[in-house]
Design a protein around this ligand. Sequence first.
Ligand code: SAM
Length: 261
Amino acid sequence: PAKKQLGQHFLADRSYIDKIVLAVNPKDGDRLVEIGPGQGAITLPLLRRHPKLTVIEFDRDLVGPLAAAAEPLGEMTIIHRDVLQVDFTELAAGSPIRLVGNLPYNISSPILFHALDHAAVITDMHFMLQKEVVDRMAADPGSKVYGRLSVMLQAFCKVTSLFVVPPGAFRPPPKVDSAVVRLVPRDPATVGILDRKRFAHVVKAAFGQRRKTLRNALQNVCTPEQFEAAGVRSDARAEQLDVAQFIALANVPYTDGDDAA
Ligand code: SAM
């Protein structure tokens, strides 16, 4: 039986499994890492295409049967641990990895931010998430759902929403629509963020009070001079700023006198 607290909704519709494998399109030499393989709905078809794979699964009860099912198909390494405790940089050990996963929806944002922390060693990611989350990740400025998740992810990755998956494709079915998203980390040299902590802080504060003008939402974070230097209007609201403007605003040097940390 599926464990609700682990977000277990197993993919059961062959056509969507095929679409995911096709989207990932594994090539010789790729280092694939699947998060939450579960009963192997995606894992086993992936192994047939690409007979070497690492999986990260937290549920002890699933690990044994999965290993047995994978045995005849290829070489699968199982990491039996909470994915948030897995150091992707250490796992990559110098050669970049590709992440795949029908993620447990209850911790999808923490997993996304954890992956961003290791973006330098990740070639790309293909994730199944709640459609509502994918919509927020891919949203453009001015959209109702444009927010912190959009800016944080788009600053570091190219985000492409690929296709929608209905509840009926899963056992048991989740309550909401799902979607598959592709994330391709940008070259760290071209992202242009001088201080990631400062950037994250500015974005969080701006959207923390998204109905206010930036002048008010960021009154303890950015001075009028900093708005001026970044060329950003302080009477705008967070949802009107594009990613480049957030980066420009966060990059303006600040002094220790400001409450900017
Ligand atoms: N990939 C399978 C499929 O598509 O049928 C299962 C997907 S299910 C939505 C999510 C999977 O993530 C489950 O197998 C669950 O046990 C596992 N999981 C939940 N929390 C986890 C965590 N913190 N670390 C690693 N795996 C986790």
